[in-house]
Design a binder for this molecule. Structure first.
Ligand SMILES: [Zn+2]
Ligand SMILES: [Zn+2]
Ligand SMILES: [Zn+2]
Length: 432
């Protein structure tokens, strides 16, 4: 099969007057229609429609026409299903006729006509079984309180953008659209009429993330003006539509994503850092308007080796990122012991001070000696370093001893600022 034609590049501006309801722009609806072509004949029709269109509106109209033609021809080319339905309907007809007019057997020409009628009946019916959002056969149809029906996955994505019904704009207030009950009678009817197509739709939907992401060991990336260290707890508010989609996918899969900070570039812009930290969602609370509050805990560091964009957010190919220099030696253990002594004194005398309690709540318990110098250094950096650039440097450092030496200075200064040189006198302090 030849490669699918691409929608023309000039279809970027949204000029919709309602045709593109859920997905917000003509370009996306056109793309949905373009990807519909499955046969060579269908593809050439789509290509022709693209070539003959001079603007977005015309393109959409042409594609809708082609799409209608492709759909009905595809459905008519399924003789088995159509025949099964024809047979069913004829049985019922014959039964009815027997009771009213026994012995009247339909002649060949009326039977043929009825077959044609049933055929067009099925293809007419088929158009009502299409989802307005994806232009495909309804898969796992769900019906809103206003009586409109969509694929469940499509409705989920539509309410990421707006909590109004994509058809009539009724405000929906859905607790969890992904848990909406399927309209069973409708699903049964669709599966009965179009079993093959429904099966294709099932495979398409299942091939969608998160399974695809997990299978490839890809990590969804969330860029933010923050640097998080392993073991830190990090609450987040998810409100952007693309990250609502990302969150829904990761909650179905590994519950993990990568947090990466932005860094300034030489030309004054900003770009994603390569080294970040895996966050695992421990708790997620979704509001009826679609926003979510999540609680996360940071796991290991990673380095981004490459990334692709998926539905508006980035998914990275990542590798584990660990300390490789001076991780364990006599010298490192000496520094570690010195730091632990300062820290022990600080925690003992300052355990009741709000800044320390606050810090411990976010950073978790002090890493044990088994967890080692790298863990202790990063735990302290996460708690005590406030400048974003310095935090990123500490995260990217792969030398355990260097980081601990830095932290020895920071924790000493912190102790002095908090407890005074010798007493329990509390002063201003800056703590993340
Ligand atoms: Zn639009
Ligand atoms: Zn759909
Ligand atoms: Zn509606």
């Amino acid at each position: 099969m030849p490669p699918k034609p691409k929608a023309p590049a000039n279809t970027t501006k949204c000029i919709c007057v309602g045709a593109c309801v859920g997905f917000e722009c003509v370009k996306q609806r056109s793309t949905a229609l373009v990807t519909f072509g499955r046969s060579e004949e269908a593809l050439s029709l789509v290509e022709k429609a693209i070539q003959e269109s001079t603007n977005d509106r015309q393109l959409l109209e042409n594609l809708e026409t082609v799409y209608g033609a492709i759909k009905s021809s595809e459905r008519r080319n399924k003789p088995l299903n159509a025949a099964a339905i024809t047979a069913n309907v004829e049985d019922e007809c014959t039964g009815h006729r027997k009771s009213s007019d026994v012995g009247d057997i339909p002649n060949e020409s009326t039977a043929k006509r009825r077959r044609v009628d049933n055929d067009s009946f099925v293809s007419t019916l088929a158009d009502h079984f299409d989802c307005i959002l994806c232009s495909k056969l309804l898969y796992e149809p769900v019906t809103t309180c206003c009586g409109h029906t969509f694929c469940r996955a499509c409705l989920c994505r539509a309410v990421d953008n707006s909590d109004a019904c994509p058809m009539c704009r009724t405000i929906l207030h859905l607790e969890d659209p992904s848990a909406m009950p399927i309209t069973n009678v409708l699903r049964t009817a669709i599966m009965h009429c179009f079993p093959d197509e429904y099966d294709i739709r099932r495979k398409e939907t299942e091939a969608d993330a998160p399974s695809a992401e997990n299978a490839l060991n890809r990590l969804p990336l969330f860029p933010l003006n923050a640097v998080v260290f392993p073991m830190q707890r990090f609450p987040m508010h998810i409100f952007e539509p693309r990250y609502r989609l990302m969150l829904r996918r990761i909650l179905k899969g590994s519950r993990k994503f990568g947090l990466v900070a932005f860094k300034r570039t030489s030309d004054g812009g900003s770009e994603m850092c390569d080294v970040g930290c895996v966050l695992e969602v421990t708790k997620a609370e979704r509001f009826p308007d679609g926003r979510s509050l999540i609680q996360t805990v940071a796991r290991e560091r990673f380095k981004v080796k490459g990334r692709i964009e998926v539905d508006g957010y980035y998914v990275g190919r990542t590798e584990v990122y660990e300390d490789t220099e001076e991780t364990d030696s006599e010298e490192v253990r000496e520094v570690e012991q010195r730091v632990r002594t300062i820290l022990g004194g600080l925690l003992e005398r300052g355990a009741q001070l709000p800044p320390i309690q606050h810090a411990l709540r976010r950073a978790g318990q002090v890493p044990t000696e088994v967890q080692g110098a790298a863990a202790l250094g990063m735990w302290l950096a996460g708690m005590l370093v406030t400048d974003l650039n310095e935090r990123q440097q500490m995260l990217e450092l792969q030398n355990s001893k260097k980081r601990l030496l830095e932290m020895e200075g920071v924790v000493s200064r912190f102790r002095e600022s908090l407890l005074g040189a010798s007493g329990l006198e509390s002063r201003e302090c800056c703590i993340q």
